[in-house]
Design a protein around this ligand. Structure first.
Ligand code: 13P
Length: 248
């Protein structure tokens, strides 16, 4: 049985005061009705404050990207070791906004997964097809390519990562894949991992992301291979995020 997981991705939003406000509300709401693991991936500059705030809580803090390099002359970059030192638990790798807006290729992303695992962070490797891919029926090919990159590197530990399926056309658009459609892709991802390692496939958490809201979360989370959600917009609203966690 995989413990459900809900992670909020704040993206480039928030402030120090919103960090305090959101995290203290979420922390207060965690009770027996919430039986899922909870994470928040905040902008780098709020990680320290966020960790201070959740010290006594079950919420675990993460970052939204990481450098593939360990140290050196890489102005502006943040290494996995630095994130670990700040107490990060997770790091998102390959979010579609990183893939498209910052041209991060599969090859770079695999190095980032390795860097994260090397610092004992749990990478949340994001995959998903664009609207054009979806409309051309290329979803399976895109997923095969993105997951294939992960599987092609034998140094990656498949027991120490989370995968998030986020159809790009569903991110921030109010559109979601239907629960059945999402389940199919999640099952496909798990089958690809199973070909490499059956035990890893069994315990692997695969999150769904893309316009998850309190009113569509239940049906998505009921699907056999959907182990929780990666939440964008709704994670900036404490009540909505708490409600999604309750549904998980
Ligand atoms: P929305 O929930 O705002 O669609 O964003 C999803 C996402 O990109 C999470 O990483």
């Amino acid at each position: 049985m995989r413990q459900p997981l809900v992670i909020g991705n704040w993206k480039m939003n928030g402030s120090l005061s919103l960090t305090s406000e959101l995290l203290s509300k979420i922390d207060k709401a965690i009770d027996d009705k919430i039986a899922c693991d909870i994470g928040v991936c905040v902008p780098f500059v709020y990680i320290d404050r966020a960790n201070e705030l959740v010290k006594k809580s079950a919420i675990k803090v993460g970052a939204q990207t990481v450098s593939e390099y360990s140290s050196g002359a890489y102005t502006g970059e943040i290494s996995a070791q630095m994130l670990a030192e700040l107490g990060c638990h997770w790091v998102l790798v390959g979010h579609s906004e990183r893939r498209t807006l910052f041209n991060e290729s599969n090859a770079v992303l695999i190095d980032k997964v390795l860097a994260a695992q090397g610092a004992d962070l749990l990478p949340v490797y994001c995959v998903g097809e664009t609207e054009a891919d979806y409309k051309s029926g290329l979803t399976v090919d895109v997923i095969k390519d993105q997951i294939g990159a992960l599987l092609s590197d034998p140094s990656i530990d498949l027991n120490r990562l989370v995968i998030a399926y986020e159809p790009v056309w569903a991110i921030g658009t109010g559109l979601t894949a239907s629960p059945e459609e999402a389940q199919k892709v999640h099952a496909f991802i798990r089958s690809l991992i199973r070909e490499k390692n059956a035990e890893s496939a069994k315990q692997l958490k695969i999150l769904y992301g893309g316009s998850v809201k309190p009113d569509n979360a239940s049906l998505l989370f009921k699907q056999q291979d959907i182990d929780g959600g990666l939440i964008g917009g709704a994670s900036l609203d404490a009540d909505a995020f708490i409600s999604i966690c309750q549904k998980a």
